[in-house]
Design a protein around this ligand. Structure first.
Ligand code: GZL
Length: 316
């Protein structure tokens, strides 16, 4: 009996010390790509936070291709990582690979973008923004501008994000939900600019070439496409931010610089700095602590008149 008591005591005394030497938590992370300033800032936040948290990070850039994300997740399963985190490039097509992760007993965290799956137990939690609300905020700004504009229809063109992605679907949904309050506001053209500057410029050029209707407002699902469109508008001999008012989303540094130059009117913030919260979530999940199913971050709206003052405070 004495021997048993002594060995239990020894185990109790040693456990904290041993846990200090436990192998570091290993996270497999599949990132969408490097398509925008927002994504670059998001990647930097994840990598810095993993280092800070002492988490070993395996990181893969999918170059905006779903098949590359599926491959990366499968490789993390094969490597038996402790936790998988990813930002799904599109909402659908994840059930099979997430079932494989669940069968392997590896918890999955959705970060930034959400998925549509038949069984929500295939992921532990989602941390990111409320994209519908971001679309509503953009719509509210357009409503307020329209209320001040005399006369007839206000024609809107829309640069959508990646087709099938949660931000593109939800931002459009929130925007349309709000602007329908004013029949003068019409979306006359809408096409994906794939969240990139280059494609945003190219699509805006095509919008500008169709001269049957005047363009009054551009709604871009992210700042990078808005910045590309600004180039197209200037090359067409028009003044961005004046001849064509521009509302976009993300709140990246490039947007503040464009607002300071009077070329962009407003940006709706979408916070990419999710790294620290993600790493804490991973630790809590591995430690079997309960976590919320959906964690959204609070975000603001920045108009051109505050851009110069706010620019030095921007963290991304
Ligand atoms: C939003 C994020 C979007 C950004 C784009 O959380 O998924 O993807 O708005 C980025 O800039 O490409």
């Amino acid at each position: 009996m004495k021997i048993l008591r002594r060995s239990l005591l020894a185990a109790a005394l040693l456990t904290p010390a041993l846990s200090a030497f436990a192998a570091p938590l290993v996270m497999g992370f599949s990132q969408v790509g490097a398509e925008s300033e927002w994504r670059t800032a998001n990647t930097a936040s994840v990598k810095a936070a993993a280092k800070e948290a002492g988490i070993t990070l395996k990181f893969a850039d999918a170059q905006q291709k779903q098949e590359n994300q599926v491959k990366a997740i499968r490789s993390y399963i094969a490597q038996k990582v402790d936790v998988i985190a990813f930002s799904p490039v599109v909402e659908s097509g994840w059930d099979t690979v997430l079932k494989e992760a669940k069968a392997a007993g590896i918890p999955v965290i959705l970060t930034d973008r959400a998925v549509k799956v038949a069984d929500p137990s295939l992921y532990v939690t989602f941390i990111g923004s409320d994209f519908v609300e971001e679309g509503r905020k953009a719509g509210k700004w357009v409503l307020e501008r329209a209320a001040k504009a005399p006369g007839g229809a206000l024609n809107i063109v829309e640069l959508q994000g990646t087709v099938g992605s949660a931000p593109a679907i939800d931002r459009k949904k929130g925007f349309e939900e709000v602007i329908k309050a004013n029949a003068k506001l019409q979306i006359i053209r809408s096409q994906s600019g794939e969240f990139t500057r280059a494609k945003g410029k190219e699509v805006m050029e095509s919008f500008l070439k169709q001269r049957d209707k005047k363009i009054d407002i551009l709604f871009a699902h992210n700042d990078d496409m808005a910045i590309g469109a600004i180039q197209a508008i200037e090359e067409a001999g028009l003044k961005p931010g004046q001849d064509i008012a521009i509302v976009s989303i993300d709140g990246v540094r490039g947007a503040f610089e464009a607002m300071k130059a009077g070329k962009l009117n407003v940006t709706v913030e979408c916070n990419p700095l999710l790294g620290p919260q993600l790493m804490q979530l991973a630790k809590d999940i591995v430690a079997k602590k309960p976590v919320e199913k959906r964690i959204t971050v609070t975000e603001g709206v920045y108009t051109a008149d505050v851009a110069a003052k706010e620019l030095p405070n921007r963290k991304y």
